[in-house]
Design a protein around this ligand. Structure first.
Ligand code: DLL
Length: 430
């Protein structure tokens, strides 16, 4: 089902007229209400009225995460405080969180956009949606919650964690769609096995999984273990939260809700825009937000865009599955390494579980990368030779993909700490 056929399948020329109009209004709003933006526009010598077409976007200033932190907590808000009805925040690596505010209209629109994502997963008013993203300052829980209600579905606001209870409710309430991080979904599969529950015996039909990078191999594993459709959902709190983009049943890229968010891909070094199809850093301009509209926000997420009409009929641009972040990219002895590349290798090898951790250390100016990965328990009671063969294979395959030698350690099942939210894949001790 297409939730908003008129918009989601809009002729692209018509769409660009709508986007240009919304962009000009947004530029006016931030120029008038946010001193940070007035100064940034003035420094570049641009005025909101100069915006005549979408090409003029390139003359506008960028926004980065530290700009939000430097104006903590509400300095980049465009709306008056009396009109803000909700705050969310995402934790940074250091110090203060990044705070975002929503007006009542923003909350309504967010629910509507999230409903589009649930519709991608086949959701409708008959669906029973279990929201296993965390509720609280994180946008996952409440974002999915309002989307499920906007859809008219029955919503189960269980939040993350409490895994056995999640499973019981899935059985008893007849959950048809689950919203969770992909790593937590795999943990639920494991817990079901321990409890003697067959994941395929549930009424579950689909899941909307996101908040962290995951590979196609992980998608296949979830789909096969549960017998469901696994949809990728992308978003970030600065731009709105979950529901900025999601893939449809074709699973060939995530449709961005372009009537709200203008995407660009830039070269993260030169900051120059790149054409469709090129990989680079994703940048968003929000064009229909009141609380905290942002101009050219640098997400640090690496992907590419595709503007071809999708088989599903939607015309909205698609972004490729996120490859990683330009800032969690590891540089190991000069080589750029994305955790998702290592995950890709692991998932292609039989007997290896999707639970792994990457530990980086430096000794005598030499970077060492260790991949700790869980393997099937039965292997440990087998001959040592088989374990060693598997270890050597993983090491050789990673060497082929990354071009560097890494240490591989095989560990027993359930040794690596499980997460109820975003998995912590990398421990960088450098
Ligand atoms: O993670 C919002 C969200 C909640 C999205 C639930 C999807 C589902 P933040 O905590 O601000 O917001 O983190 C945003 O998470 O810049 C990406 O690096 C990463 N991320 C989110 N979704 C995906 C995804 C939420 N589907 C940051 N694939 C983003 C890869 C993702 N990375």
């Amino acid at each position: 089902m297409i939730w908003n056929q008129k918009i989601e399948c809009m002729d692209r020329e018509q769409l660009s007229v709508l986007q240009t109009e919304k962009l000009r209004k947004t530029a006016q709003k931030v120029y008038e209400n946010v001193p940070f933006y007035k100064q940034a526009f003035d420094e570049l010598g641009v005025k909101p009225d100069d915006i005549k077409s979408l090409d003029d976007l390139q003359s506008l200033p960028f926004t980065v995460k530290s700009d939000l932190r430097d104006h903590y907590p509400f300095g980049l808000f465009s709306a008056k405080s009396e009109d803000i009805v909700r705050l969310h925040a995402s934790s940074g690596t250091t110090g203060k969180p990044t705070v975002v505010g929503y007006t009542a209209r923003d909350i309504k629109n967010w629910g509507d956009l999230m409903a589009r994502s649930f519709a991608f997963a086949g959701g409708n008013k008959n669906s029973v949606i279990q929201v296993a993203y965390g509720y609280g300052l994180f946008t996952g829980g409440l974002g999915a919650h309002y989307g499920a209600e906007a859809l008219g579905a029955t919503t189960i606001p269980i939040s993350g964690g409490n895994t056995k209870r999640q499973i019981m409710l899935m059985q008893d309430f007849g959950t048809t769609i689950i919203a969770a991080t992909p790593s937590y979904m795999l943990f639920m599969a494991e817990t079901m096995e321990e409890m003697g529950v067959d994941p395929k015996s549930l009424k579950l039909e689909a899941g909307v999984f996101g908040a962290e990078p995951w590979t196609e191999a992980m998608r296949t594993e979830i789909e096969q273990r549960f017998g469901i459709l696994a949809i990728d959902i992308y978003g970030l709190s600065e731009i709105m939260g979950p529901g900025v983009a999601s893939d449809c049943e074709c699973k060939c890229g995530l449709h961005i809700s372009e009537d709200f968010f203008l995407p660009e891909i830039i070269d993260p070094v030169t900051l120059k825009p790149l054409p469709y199809g090129s990989e680079g850093e994703l940048v968003f301009t929000t064009i229909d937000k009141d609380g905290i509209p942002l101009i050219r926000y640098r997400t640090r997420d690496i992907t590419s865009l595709n503007a071809d009409t999708c088989e599903c009929g939607r015309t909205m641009v698609r972004m490729q599955k996120v490859l990683g972040r330009s800032d969690d990219m590891l540089i190991i002895r000069g080589v750029n390494v994305f955790p998702s590349q290592i995950e890709g290798v692991l998932m292609d090898i039989a007997g290896v579980s999707p639970h792994y951790q990457i530990v980086v250390d430096r000794a005598h100016n030499f970077d060492r990368l260790e991949v700790q990965v869980e393997v099937e328990g039965s292997l440990f009671s087998d001959e040592v030779r088989r374990l060693e063969e598997l270890r050597a294979k993983i090491q050789a395959d990673i060497q082929t993909v990354l071009g560097i030698n890494v240490k591989v350690s095989l560990v027993e099942p359930k040794t690596i700490e499980r997460s109820m939210g975003k998995a912590k894949r990398v421990i960088d001790n450098r």
